[in-house]
Structure formats: C-alpha cells, structure tokens
Write a protein that binds this ligand. Structure first.
Ligand SMILES: *Cc1c(COP(=O)(O)O)cnc(C)c1O
Length: 449
C-alpha cells in the first residue's frame, strides 16, 4: 500500500502555485473530492499510479468548468428566428441599456410616486399596452402557459370549458391543452371533430355548467382540405349571448402586420381586439419579440378577477421583465420596430441578406467551397404553422467532410447551423449584422484548422 502513502495531503496540495490566483475555498473543496476519488480507485485497484501534475490538471479543469457560466452566447445560423432552444426572441442592446439604470437601482415597481404609497406592479405596463391595443386592461404573468392556467383556474374551476377537437394541441415542451386544463381544475368539453367544427357545436355545448368558450391557436400544425372552424368573432358572439366568457389563447401574439402575406392567416392582436373579446392571451417572447412573459388582455372586470386569484403571486414577473417589456411596447407604440430584433430579422429584405452573405463569401472562398443559396426558412416557436419565408444561406464544404461533421465543428465554436439537402448551411435570416465579423473569423478558423 505504498501507493496510498504517496497520495498528496490536501492541505499541502492546495498550496501549489498553480492555484495561487484562485479561490482557496473552492480549490480545497474540489481537491478533497478528487483526492478522495483517487484513494478509492487505488483501493479498488482501478488506479495504479499517483501523478501530482495530473491531479493538478484535473482540479484546474473542474474549477474552470464550475466557474464558467453554463448559459452562454451562441450564433443562431439556423434561420429560425423564434428558436425556443436558443432563447426565442432577442433583446436589443439598446433596450437593455435603457433598462439597466432602472433594474440596478431601487425603483417604483410597487410604489405610487404621486400618492407616496403602495402602488401596483402591473400598472406600469397597462397604460402603454392599452394604448397600443385599445383594450380595457392587461395583466402580465410568467409566460403564456401561466396565462392559460390562471384564466382557466380563475373562471372555470369545476366548470366546463368548450374547445374544438381541432384545437386540442400539444406544443413543444409538454404543453398539452387537455392536460393544462385538467391541472387547472377545469373540465374539458370537446366539440366538433378534428377537421370540422361548426357554430352550432358551440351553441349546443352551452349549458348551466359552462364557463368559457375557448379558442386555441394551432401553433405548430394546420388542417388543410375538408375542414372548417368557427371565427373568433362568432365565438365571442355566442359567448355574449349565453353570458359566458370567451377566451382566445393566441399563442404568439404580434402587434404589427407581418410581411410575406402572413397576416392573411395570422391576424395581429389589434385585429383580434376589434371584436371586443372577454380575454385574450399570448407570449411575450414569440413574434411580439420581447421577454418571456404571458400577456393577458381584455375586459377590466375579468382582469380584476384574475388579479384576485392567489395563484397570481406564484406567476408574477420580476422588474427586469416588466422594464424590458415596457421599453419594447413603447418602441412598438412609436413604430420603431428596428428596436425589436425579432421583427428586424423578419423584415430584413432578401437583398440585404444577400449582401451580408456575399461579404462573408468574398473573405472565405479561397479556403473552402461556399455557395450562396436562395432557400426558405420557418419563423419557428409555433408562430406560423406550415408557413415558410424566403431566406439566403451560405453552404460550407471542405476536406470532403460530411455535413454532420462540419455541423459539429461549427457547434463546438457555438455557431448553430442547419443541414439541408445534404449541405451544411449558415442561414443569414437569423444571423445578426453585428455577428458577421465573428462568423467570418470562425469559418476561417474551422476551414484552416
Ligand atoms: C407557445 C404557446 C403557448 C405557451 O406559451 P409560453 O409563452 O411558451 O408559455 C400556449 N399556447 C399556445 C397556443 C402557444 O402557441
């Protein structure tokens, strides 16, 4: 057991100069674990030598791993603008700068500066948002899933919520309408069939135990062919006639008319508000282009009831969320969509994408095979099901590597691209103008090395 004797003592080991610039407390903790593991391995005859230099390396590696943020910046070259896996919508650096002073200071989050007394967390956003949407009141919660849950729990606990069978959707990340409904305490009343639901289905479903007529955006699929659904306006009318609440889970709510004729199938929140609905909810970080949030808009008497639900305390949002959301809503009110990266990307003309791609191509064409490709992409995030928009991509090939190998090399440098028709592509629809220089550098590094 002479090997056991050669294991360094922790007290002495951590004095090594390799650790001098580091937190002694953390180095000691990591060293203890690693040295203990070595002892166990020797006893179990899994280790047959003790090398202090290797131990030091191991400790340093672990130290770096623990102290570097796991959440980090990537370049989204997939072309998918609202990419849920990559953080959905971006916040512009300008918006971030504007709110920095507010969130790094005390602020009037729940304080009425005029009256000098307790104020309301949600009041800041409601004035601006009600201006933008012509609604009576708004409420902001953690995300749209929370919004759905809160609405159902507040108005339909042990009561029936009428939904078309064509809208009982599952959205990525295990959000399933029937399951959310069950956990909120509401009773699902399915009507119609998968492909067709008629006005009379809604009318016939109303009874003394009904609470809500609900419409759900299909988000990530569409029904084509022999199909029909009832318009939101007609649902609002049936609800009003029967003294019920109508509620539209819009999924992604956008505030301005979308390009590429997307508005024909995806009306804006403003459009939806014209029919005077009871309640509508949507995400803050899909096509609205702001932070993660659930935005509930509609009639004041219903919003007031939502505010009284104890659950709201668990779903409430932080000052950081409210500050950025307010900044973005003001930008929208002032028609400054250039402040909202998601909209910026969506509206960038093909000619601009092409010139950015050429700029990169010119600098790298002598080190790899690259081609500018006119193709299509999706917006993503369950926003515009089955719709594609035009885009420009740069295909990258070198050393006869398979596209999957190239994809991995780029991913290791935190550039996420996509493979299409057996080619690795960098799609310029979702690459920021400010990233062109670093992406050029990364391509050179990869193709040269
Ligand atoms: C995306 C989506 C949700 C969930 O919204 P989050 O903000 O991600 O919680 C709910 N309903 C529909 C129809 C959606 O598209």
């Amino acid at each position: 057991m002479f090997l056991l004797k050669s294991i360094p003592k922790v007290d002495k080991f951590v004095q090594h100069k390799a650790f001098s610039a580091m937190s002694a407390k953390l180095i000691t903790k990591i060293s203890k674990d690693i040295i203990q593991k070595l002892r166990d391995d020797i006893l179990e005859e899994k280790a047959t030598s003790v090398d202090e230099n290797l131990l030091i390396e191991e400790v340093l590696k672990k130290y770096k791993e623990i102290t570097s943020p796991s959440l980090q910046k990537v370049i989204n070259a997939t072309g998918v603008i609202v990419h849920t896996n990559l953080g959905r919508s971006l916040i512009s650096p300008e918006s971030f700068d504007r709110v920095k002073d507010i969130v790094t200071s005390y602020n009037n989050l729940e304080y009425d500066l005029e009256k000098g007394q307790r104020g309301e967390r949600y009041s800041h956003i409601s004035n601006t948002l009600c201006q933008l949407l012509d609604c009576e009141d708004v409420l902001i919660v953690n995300n749209n899933a929370s919004a759905v849950f809160l609405v159902l729990n507040t108005f339909a606990k042990n009561k029936e919520v009428v939904v078309s069978r064509g809208e009982l959707v599952e959205i990525g990340g295990s959000f399933r309408v029937p399951d959310v409904m069950a956990s909120s305490g509401a009773i699902l009343k399915e009507i119609g069939t998968t492909n067709k639901t008629h006005l009379k289905d809604y009318e016939n479903a109303c009874n003394e135990n009904s609470a809500i007529l609900m419409k759900v955006h299909k988000s990530n699929y569409s029904i084509e062919g022999f199909s029909s659904e009832v318009s939101h306006e007609e649902i609002v009318n049936v609800a009003t006639k029967n003294n019920l609440i109508d509620y539209y889970d819009m999924g992604s709510g956008h505030m301005i008319d979308l390009p590429y004729n997307l508005n024909q199938t995806e009306p804006s929140v403003k459009e939806i508000m014209k029919v005077n609905p009871s309640l509508v909810s949507f995400s803050g970080d899909k096509l609205l282009g702001s932070v993660q949030a659930g935005i509930i808009v509609g009639k004041k008497k219903y919003i007031d009831k939502l505010k009284k639900n104890q659950l709201l305390r668990m779903l409430r949002v932080d000052k950081l969320t409210l500050a950025i959301l307010e900044d973005n809503i003001i930008s929208l009110l002032l028609d400054k969509k250039e402040n909202i990266p998601t909209l910026n990307m969506l509206f960038t003309p093909i000619t601009t994408l092409k010139s950015r791609a050429s700029e990169v191509e010119n600098k790298i064409q002598n080190i790899c095979t690259c081609n500018i490709i006119e193709t299509q992409t999706v917006i993503g995030g369950g926003t515009t099901p089955n719709k594609k928009i035009p885009t420009i991509a740069l295909s990258i090939e070198f050393k006869n590597y398979k596209p999957s190998k190239i994809e991995k090399l780029f991913r290791e440098k935190k550039v996420i691209g996509r493979i299409e028709n057996d080619k690795f592509l960098l799609d310029f629809r979702s690459i920021q103008d400010s990233e062109i220089e670093s992406i050029t550098k990364i391509i050179s590094e990869i193709c040269n090395g």
